[in-house]
Design a protein around this ligand. Structure first.
Ligand code: ATR
Length: 281
């Protein structure tokens, strides 16, 4: 599919899209490889997304691109070929055209695991993991945890019914809990992942007692603005290792870039600092 003589074009589509950091990430890699490709942000409203997908296939101007809020779920219904990962998660974030067909996958689970592999090797050698939140992001995390040999995955959510839906969806190894059970669920767990905006909506302080986690446990967040979220701040103050969510964003971009532009890029400290500087500006 890849022909290095052609100029390749890729996109990120969503609404709102102007805060997306994906153009900066892919632009950095295009420059690094000296490729004559482009990666652009396209604002498409929810109602216009089916027409956008039709246009993608008809015009074939792009090799593919990223899909973000609010189109990740809808994309699954509109593409010609959905891979197993995107099907399990129920959302797609990466599209590509191949032999006239539009394909989709989800690289968020890959990005999550690759970030922890890089920043805290051995993170998956735990028997119990706790996931806070039961939204779209949580589904990608659960898929990533299931693909590693973590025996029990506990989903804790403010709305218990949503946690139960995920436990039913992902089957054995995934257990649902309501918020009041959090302290009990944390006991002896080796990994805690926050997928919510807890503590960031002005609704008061985060009050999670991490002290019953296993010694050497890791606490991570998928939110990366700010880099140190209220949840990470609290875990750090209680003496636990923390991993921020920026690396997940960077790593999830790797498989897409390779598909559209034919080179596998590296997630470097230079790229990380570039995004941090942009966030500060
Ligand atoms: P995303 O796709 O980013 O996961 P989402 O589907 O809106 O977004 O899910 C947001 C998650 O954060 C949900 O689990 C939500 O809990 P509810 O299902 O009870 O709504 C959780 N969440 C958001 N704000 C929260 C808060 N202040 N306290 C606890 N949970 C919160």
């Amino acid at each position: 599919m890849f022909d290095s003589r052609e100029t390749s074009k890729a996109f990120v589509v969503g609404s709102p899209i102007r805060h997306s950091r994906s153009p900066m990430i892919h632009g950095h890699w295009l420059k690094q490889f000296g490729l004559a490709g482009s990666y652009e942000a396209i604002e498409v409203w929810e109602t216009d997304f089916p027409a956008f997908v039709k246009y993608l296939k008809k015009e074939a101007l792009y090799r593919g691109g990223n899909v973000t809020i609010p189109h990740k779920e809808r994309a699954c219904q509109l593409v010609d070929r959905l891979d197993e990962t995107a099907r399990e998660i129920g959302a797609a974030n990466t599209l590509w055209l191949e032999d006239g067909l539009l394909h989709a996958t989800n690289t968020d689970a890959y990005g999550f695991a690759a970030n922890l592999d890089e920043r805290h090797p051995g993170w998956d050698h735990v028997s119990d993991a706790v996931v806070l939140g039961a939204g779209g992001a949580s589904r990608a995390i659960i898929q990533a945890l299931k693909s590693r040999s973590i025996a029990s995955i506990h989903v804790v959510n403010r709305t218990e019914a949503r946690a139960r839906e995920l436990a039913d969806r992902f089957g054995e190894r995934v257990h649902a809990h309501a918020m009041p059970a959090l302290t009990e669920v944390l006991q002896g767990a080796g990994l805690f992942i926050n997928t919510t905006s807890l503590g960031m909506d002005g609704e008061g302080e985060v009050d999670i007692d991490f002290s019953s986690l296993a010694s050497g446990a890791v606490v991570t967040d998928i939110v990366y603005v700010p880099l140190e979220t209220p949840v990470l701040k609290q875990a750090k103050a209680q003496g636990f290792a923390t991993v921020d969510g920026l690396g997940m964003l960077l790593h999830q971009a790797v498989p897409g870039f390779e598909k559209w532009f034919g080179q596998r890029p590296q997630v470097t400290e230079e790229l990380r600092q570039l995004i941090i500087a942009d966030m500060a500006g």
